[in-house]
Design a protein. Structure first.
Length: 276
C-alpha cells in the first residue's frame, strides 16, 4: 500500500525527523510521498535539502490530500494546529498523533469530530531506529490496509505494539515511553560509582554503556527469563550478591515499581490538563 500513499506531518521536529528518516531508509517510502508542514524556516530547509521531502510553511501549501496525517507538534500547541487542520480533512483520512497526553476524544473535539484518529506513544530510541511505539485505535475505525500502512510507517523506527484499550497508552508511557530515562538514570549513577572507584570519565562511560548494551543483547537472545539471568551472575556470597543485597535493603526494587506507577498516574493527570 505504501508505494502510492501520501503521508503528511504536522510539525517537523526531532520525532517527525526520526520517523521520516526511518521511512526513507528502512520503510521503502520515497521522499516524494512525504510532506511536512514546518513553520521554522531553518528546519524546513534541512528537511528539504537533507531528506528530500516536500517541507512547506503552512497547511495551505499541502498540494494533495494525504492518506495519513501524523501530528507531531507539541501537546501545548496542538489545539490551535488542529483547529486549523480540521476544515481540510475528509472523512477517510487517518489522523495519527505522536503527542503525549492527548486522548482520542480530545483530538476528535479539536478536529471538529473527525472520526479516524489513532493515538500512539513512541519513545526516544526511535531516533536511532530502535524505538518502541504503542498504538491504539478502535479497530472499527481503521481497516486492515490502514493498519498495514500505520505499521509500515512506525515500524521504520522500531517495534510496534497494538494496545487493547486507550488506558494502555498511559501504562506504556510509564514503561517504554519514560523507560529510556530510567535506564539513563541507572547508567548515570553507575558511572558516578565507577568514577568514585578510580576510573576516568571516558572509561567509566565506556564500561557502563557496554555493560548495559551487552546485558540487553544477552537478554534478547537467551531463553532464560530475566530473574534467571540475574541469578546466573549472582554467586552466593559473591560480589554481585553483596551489591544486590544493598539494592534490596534500600528498596531499589520497589522504587522502580512505584516510579512506574507514579509515571502512569501523571500520564492520566496530563490527559485531563491538556484537554482543557
Amino acid at each position: 500500500m505504501h508505494t502510492t500513499s501520501h503521508i503528511a506531518f504536522l510539525g517537523g521536529g526531532n520525532m517527525a525527523t526520526a520517523i521520516i528518516t526511518g521511512m526513507i531508509q528502512q520503510g521503502g517510502f520515497a521522499p516524494s510521498q512525504i510532506t511536512v508542514v514546518q513553520r521554522n524556516a531553518e528546519q524546513r530547509e534541512f528537511l528539504n535539502s537533507r531528506l528530500g521531502v516536500n517541507a512547506v510553511a503552512n497547511l495551505a501549501s499541502v498540494s494533495s490530500s494525504p492518506d495519513l496525517w501524523i501530528l507531531a507538534v507539541k501537546p501545548q500547541t496542538m489545539k490551535d494546529a488542529l483547529l486549523e487542520l480540521a476544515p481540510l480533512l475528509d472523512s477517510e483520512q487517518i489522523v495519527l498523533s505522536v503527542a503525549a497526553g492527548l486522548t482520542i476524544e480530545t483530538l476528535r473535539t479539536w478536529l471538529g469530530g473527525h472520526h479516524k484518529v489513532v493515538r500512539t506513544m513512541p519513545n526516544t530510541p526511535a531516533l536511532v531506529g530502535q524505538g518502541v511505539t504503542g498504538i491504539y485505535a478502535p479497530l472499527s475505525i481503521v481497516n486492515e490496509n490502514e493498519q498495514v500502512l500505520i505499521n509500515q510507517v512506525l515500524g521504520a523506527i522500531g517495534t510496534n505494539v497494538w494496545l487493547k484499550t486507550e488506558q494502555d497508552i498511559d501504562a506504556i508511557t510509564a514503561i517504554s515511553g519514560s523507560g529510556p530515562a530510567y535506564v539513563f538514570y541507572m547508567m548515570e549513577h553507575l558511572i558516578s560509582a565507577a568514577r568514585e572507584l578510580g576510573f576516568n570519565e571516558h572509561d567509566a562511560r565506556q564500561l557502563v554503556q557496554n555493560t548495559f548494551s551487552g546485558a540487553v543483547a544477552l537478554a534478547k537472545t537467551s531463553d532464560d527469563d530475566i530473574a534467571t539471568l540475574r541469578d546466573k551472575v549472582t554467586s552466593k556470597g559473591g560480589t554481585t550478591a553483596a551489591a544486590i543485597a544493598v539494592f534490596n535493603e534500600r528498596g531499589v526494587n520497589q522504587a522502580l515499581i512505584d516510579g512506574a506507577k507514579a509515571a502512569t498516574a501523571r500520564a492520566v493527570a496530563m490527559s485531563v490538563e491538556l484537554s482543557k
